[in-house]
Design a protein around this ligand. Structure first.
Ligand SMILES: *Cc1c(COP(=O)(O)O)cnc(C)c1O
Length: 357
């Protein structure tokens, strides 16, 4: 570890103010049973599903910085968007309400789920979020120019009613809307260092970090953190929706914005943004046999629930990469649990089907 660059990065992160929303550090521990079951490598877990806001998850780390930005900009309404069962939107609604900010959620019906008040949509409703459901095109496609137009319309409406809107980008990842710095990714540079310090205090040298990747902020932040920490740690993003080539460009762009925001230069390049897109399989949010099996395996071996959209697919990847010996027997692998478990419930029928009635 290069102590000086890590402490510089930590100092720099501390210049970004955050609101107090979650409990840190999140737990870090070895998954003894899963390690034994797979026959090595040593598998550890970083429990970012236990942040303590709403049902927990990676978005709540990001929101500590983003809500602070909302407050500093004196906005009283936060507008954001994503898919119908979005963890991001739920976490945003919970964080906003806690600080007296009104959440307006534009939710696209991107997958083949009934519009039922279940999972995150139920939680959004309990939080009295202003919910606007929009149909996506066939195949779950949402065009970004349509989204921009809708968000502008909603923001204009909010202004007309005498309030101040803050438009937050999807996932709190790429700079956009009212967010001028990659605040979500910055929170994940911090998360990487938090995890690396926990591992170090247990005498563990981490070889790989693996996690589910969707809008890019988590991976960008972890990649910058890893680069600042130590050349040998590799971050693996398991894409849940985007094809590798275009997604890598997006993550790299967010990572470079993050380096710039931290006024550091760690020589981050394409080779530092490792993405596997083959575990998307049938598509975003599509539950299949292997995801269902992975969820059951981790639940039964460790008493930890994964979700079917993100962490379940990342676990399928981890198991497969162990089989393929991409992850070697003597290595130390950290699985970031990024949350999302409320999505188990609206997917109950598929889970019942694949796991036997
Ligand atoms: C959003 C999300 C991710 C992906 O994080 P990004 O920063 O959007 O790439 C992973 N897991 C869960 C549970 C999420 O909700």
């Amino acid at each position: 570890m290069d102590d000086s660059s890590v402490s510089e990065v930590k100092d720099k992160i501390r210049t970004f103010k955050k609101s107090d929303l979650i409990h840190l550090p999140t737990p870090f521990m070895k998954l003894e049973n899963l390690t034994r079951e797979l026959g090595g490598p040593n598998i550890y877990i970083k429990r970012d599903d236990m942040t303590g806001l709403a049902f927990g998850g990676n978005k709540s780390r990001k929101l500590e910085y983003i809500i602070q930005d909302v407050l500093e900009k004196k906005a009283d309404v936060i507008i954001t968007w994503a898919g119908l069962q979005s963890n991001w939107c739920l976490q945003t609604a919970a964080a906003a309400r806690k600080f007296g900010i009104t959440p307006v959620l534009v939710l696209f019906n991107v997958y083949d789920l009934p519009i039922e008040y279940d999972g995150n949509l139920l939680l959004d409703f309990i939080l009295k979020s202003e919910i606007r459901i929009r149909e996506a095109e066939k195949g779950g496609v949402v065009h970004l120019q349509d989204v921009d137009a809708i968000l502008e319309e909603v923001a204009a409406e909010v202004k007309e009613s005498g309030h101040t809107p803050y438009v937050a980008p999807i996932g709190g990842s790429a700079v956009g809307g009212s967010m001028e710095k990659p605040l979500g990714a910055i929170s994940y540079v911090d998360a990487f260092i938090e995890m690396a310090e926990q591992a170090e205090s247990l005498g563990i040298e981490v070889d790989h970090v693996i996690h589910a990747s969707g809008s890019g902020g988590t991976q960008a932040g972890l990649a910058v953190g890893a680069k600042a920490w130590n050349e040998r740690v590799k971050v693996i993003g398991v894409s849940v929706s985007e094809e590798k080539q275009t997604y890598q460009e997006l993550v790299l762009e967010i990572a470079r914005d993050t380096e710039r925001a931290l006024e550091g230069s760690f020589g981050l390049g394409e080779k530092d943004i490792v993405i596997f897109d083959e575990y998307i399989r049938e598509g975003y949010g599509e539950v299949n046999q292997e995801v269902s099996d992975a969820i059951r395996l981790v639940a039964m071996k460790e008493g930890i629930f994964l979700d079917p959209v993100y962490t379940g697919k990342a676990m399928v990847a981890l198991i497969d990469l162990v089989k393929k010996e991409y992850l070697k027997k003597d290595e130390n692998v950290v699985f970031f649990h990024t949350g999302g478990t409320a999505a188990l419930f609206p997917n109950k029928q598929k889970l019942r089907k694949f796991l036997g009635e």
